[in-house]
Design a binder for this molecule. Sequence first.
Ligand SMILES: C[S@@+](CC[C@H](N)C(=O)[O-])C[C@H]1O[C@@H](n2cnc3c(N)ncnc32)[C@H](O)[C@@H]1O
Length: 194
Amino acid sequence: MDAFHQLLVEEGELRGLIGPRELPRLWERHLLNSAAVVPFLPARGLIVDVGSGAGLPGVVIAAMLPQAEIVLVEPMERRVTWLHDVVDRTGLTNVEVRRARAQELEGALEADAVTARAVASLDKLFRWTAPLVREGGTVIAMKGARAEEELAAASKAMRASGLTNGQVHEATTIAGTEPTRVVSAVRGRGPRVR
Ligand SMILES: C[S@@+](CC[C@H](N)C(=O)[O-])C[C@H]1O[C@@H](n2cnc3c(N)ncnc32)[C@H](O)[C@@H]1O
């Protein structure tokens, strides 16, 4: 985590990944915020982070769950290059980087959980990520203060994608840091309705 933080400090702004105002608050706003999803994930198995960008939350998850396999999915070449550099320079051995849009990977991955932070509206996310999750697996989306409203608005897309049990959880890592909202949904049994 320290090595990742250091890389973001040294190169994050230069490589267009993080705004200058974010640098002093990388730990709280980005790294600890990303760490808040970890309790919602399995300690082992395949976890796919869609739209990883600078590596959030995927790289943080990989560092915190060394027994899980993490696939970072990112379509932008520049960001994919960065993610490969991060993997090389942090020495993480449980990470694979895939250059793709989530929608292009249907049938290619059967994840135990898929995560996404600041990637798209929930209705889009449900449609993009549900096909990447095994039955009984979970979709985990990090959302802001309006998570409940967004979940209500996306309930049709959630069901149409074969997901059930949509819930909003408030999550924090250490006392004093701003809580974040985590939306979870489970891939149900039965045929998906499109
Ligand atoms: C606002 S950034 C957030 C990056 C990171 N998750 C974070 O929290 O800092 C959104 C990222 O999602 C990626 N993205 C956009 N559409 C996508 C799609 N259909 N599939 C996968 N990634 C996508 C973008 O290239 C971008 O890197």
